[in-house]
Design a protein around this ligand. Structure first.
Ligand code: PLP
Length: 413
């Protein structure tokens, strides 16, 4: 794909858009086999709490390389389950990243514990172990690290830090299903690894989530937590001809249905191919953009193979005559569905107000790397069903917009 080299009138200024129809930043792809799998369950005896749940959990656990996988009704519910199983409670702290979807930090608040933010590394925008080390206190019970955009965090360093301080490492791998760290898929490395099956993810069940762990006790706790805290499941009781059950802890109804699990099982068959396609798209973007002075492409560290949930580029404002808001609008006008991931969590009004009210230390702190990144980030469309033409459209549109807004003292390219 050739990068455009001449000025064209931007769509935002009345020119012809790079493509006729909006290309979203992410979307699901469903096959006939997916639909048949769901229909089969709809015709069966069990729409929920049936046999598809264990089947999906077992195949998922085997695929990511963990002993146990516990399904939940969303990635957010799965994070809550992991925070509960980590024993987070009022008085405890959990260290996490500000550059994430708010659900990552919210699960700490659900348990009445206190989120403590640590800044991210400038290359990957993942939690920086040096910053985490500076935030550890006797109250730290967990480190909740996010594999931003699908690039695994430094799991060995973070696991070592957690262990040395008697804390647990929870990996929020909602972006990273299929990512590899030092030759192993994420899922069996951290104490608990959390996944999301939202439609923009690598595998979808509509809404859905999973926690993978090697610890049987925590797995059992999470199975109860997602089922009201009840000690047995409806199907076990029916099959045993039993009515008796006990509620042993305060749980929720966070169950994933058999309908959703059937979809998940069918989607799991195509996960390897989806990952290959996402990696191909990322490689094409990187080849097209890596030498442009106006943007920085995502870094990939030695020893990792990212899963590419997102492809976030950072604008080099110094080289551009317009800010992120205008460049974002210009790309949207070209019908490229760009997005921004993320507004740092501590900048959301709820967090600002709550922690100011409590005069928590977070209110006075800043996270310069995350805050600077947020001002520059634009996520380009990235999903496995993108066609070669879609990828070409994104490359051409970004080229067209950057040439328009490049600072004119930059000569040629
Ligand atoms: C990093 C991260 N954590 C957690 C979640 C929550 O997942 P869900 O939407 O399945 O509840 C998301 C959702 O996109 C996410 O990106």
């Amino acid at each position: 794909m050739k990068f455009p080299t001449k000025l064209e009138t931007l769509a935002i200024h009345g020119g012809t858009p790079a493509r006729a129809k909006l290309l979203p930043y992410g979307r699901q792809s469903l096959s006939d086999a997916d639909i048949e799998a769901v229909v089969e369950v709809l015709k069966s005896d069990w729409l929920t709490t049936g046999p598809k749940i264990a089947e999906f959990e077992e195949r998922f656990a085997a695929w990511v390389g963990a002993r146990h996988a516990i399904s939940f009704s969303s990635g957010t519910a799965a994070l809550h389950g992991a925070a509960f199983a980590a024993g987070l409670a009022p008085g405890d702290e959990a260290i996490t990243t500000p550059l994430t979807f708010c659900a990552t930090a919210n699960c700490i608040l659900y348990q009445g514990a206190t989120p403590v933010f640590a800044d991210v590394s400038p290359d990957t925008l993942n939690l920086d172990p040096g910053e985490v080390a500076g935030k550890i206190s006797p109250r730290t019970k967990a480190i909740i690290a996010v594999d931003y955009a699908g690039h695994p965090v430094p799991l060995d360093e973070l696991a070592e830090l957690a262990k040395a301080h008697g804390a647990l490492l929870i990996e929020d791998a909602c972006h990273a299903l299929g990512a590899e760290y030092r030759g192993k898929r994420v899922g069996g490395i951290a104490d608990m690894t959390v996944f999301s099956f939202h439609p923009v993810k690598h595998l979808t069940t509509g809404e859905g989530g999973m926690v993978a762990t090697n610890d049987p006790r925590r797995a059992e706790t999470m199975r109860r937590f997602r089922n009201h805290g009840i000690s047995s499941e409806a199907r076990e009781r029916q099959e045993a001809g039993q009515w008796f059950y006990e509620m042993v802890l305060l749980g929720f109804n966070y169950r994933l249905t058999d309908i959703a699990c059937a979809l998940g099982l069918s989607q799991l068959d195509r996960l390897p191919a989806n990952l290959v396609r996402r990696r191909e798209i990322a490689a094409q973007y990187t080849a097209a953009f890596r030498d442009l002075p106006e943007i920085t492409v995502p870094a990939v560290r030695e020893g990792v193979n990212p899963a590419w949930h997102l492809y976030p580029v950072r604008l080099n404002h110094e080289m551009l005559a317009a800010g992120r808001a205008e460049i974002f609008r210009a790309l949207r006008a070209e019908n490229i569905g760009v997005n921004v991931h993320y507004i740092p969590v501590h900048q959301h009004p709820y967090y600002r107000d709550r922690f100011k009210l409590n005069s928590n230390s977070n209110s006075k702190e800043s996270y310069p790397v995350a805050e600077d990144a947020y001002e520059r980030l634009i996520s380009l469309p990235m999903f496995h069903a993108m066609t070669p033409q879609d990828v070409e459209d994104v490359i051409r549109a970004l080229g067209k917009v950057l040439i328009h807004y490049e600072k004119k003292m930059v000569i040629g390219r």
